[in-house]
Design a binder for this molecule. Structure first.
Ligand SMILES: [Zn+2]
Ligand SMILES: [Zn+2]
Length: 234
């Protein structure tokens, strides 16, 4: 799967079962999420496709500390020296390399199947040191401004990242867009997860990227509003 432009300045880097995103800013490259373990060469290949070199990744921001989002982080940092960012609730997990907090499958058969297939709380990864804890509501002075929105539920330390210049929301696993907008494979707290989906449905943005499934290039907040704007059944 090749890298694809989502909107001007943002590329999706498909890594098999999950996505990472590259933002091209005046201040270098910012990588959002780091895939399962062993995916670092996919990232470096994508960067070379842009005619750039891996050491131009200056920032590596994680939406949350699950194995499919931080798995290749240590290898990427080793090669690039990128500064790492994660919400404090997930920092101990990244820095120990697991184990992970258990999640319960999302409602429905598909959630149960996917959760059993892909989520193993006892998985161990190469630990990665986090340079900067993320704070809810802050705007990181990176690539023209990235707002941090805390969206627990799927994972207590999950954040969405709103890249202001391109009005693109990186939604992590608040939902997925595999067969249309839907739930992630599981939740630590379904109730908090629903509240986070509703919170994002109340924001205004044009494009959206997900940990899993296709990015949306335009009118994304309308799609969020239609799917999650009203109170959902638990
Ligand atoms: Zn996750
Ligand atoms: Zn994920």
């Amino acid at each position: 799967m090749a890298m694809k432009l989502v909107i001007k300045g943002v590329h999706v880097v498909p890594m098999g079962m999950s996505n990472a995103f590259l933002i091209e800013g005046d201040d270098g490259l910012t990588l959002i999420d780091a895939g399962f373990p062993g995916k670092e060469e996919v990232v470096f290949g994508a960067i070379r496709e842009l005619g750039r070199s891996p050491d131009q990744i200056k920032h590596l921001i994680f939406t949350h500390g699950h194995p499919d989002h931080i798995g290749s982080a240590a290898a990427i940092v080793r090669k690039t020296g990128a500064r790492t960012y994660l919400h404090p609730l997930d920092i101990p997990i990244a820095e120990s390399g697991g184990p992970f907090r258990p999640i319960r499958a999302a409602p429905g058969l598909l959630g149960r199947v996917l959760c059993n297939l892909f989520f193993h709380p006892d998985e161990r990864l190469e630990p990665v040191a986090i340079d900067q804890p993320l704070t809810a509501g802050e705007i990181l002075p990176i690539a023209g401004g990235i707002e941090v929105i805390h969206i627990p539920g799927h994972c207590a330390g999950q954040v969405a990242l709103l890249w202001r210049p391109g009005r693109m929301l990186f939604a992590g696993d608040v939902g997925s867009n595999v067969m249309g907008l839907g739930d992630p494979l599981g939740f630590e707290s379904l109730q908090e997860g629903r509240a986070s989906q509703r919170k994002l449905a109340g924001l205004s943005f044009d494009a959206a990227g997900f940990g899993h499934g296709k990015p949306i290039a335009r009118e994304a907040s309308k799609r969020f509003r239609n799917k999650w704007g009203k109170k959902q059944p638990l």
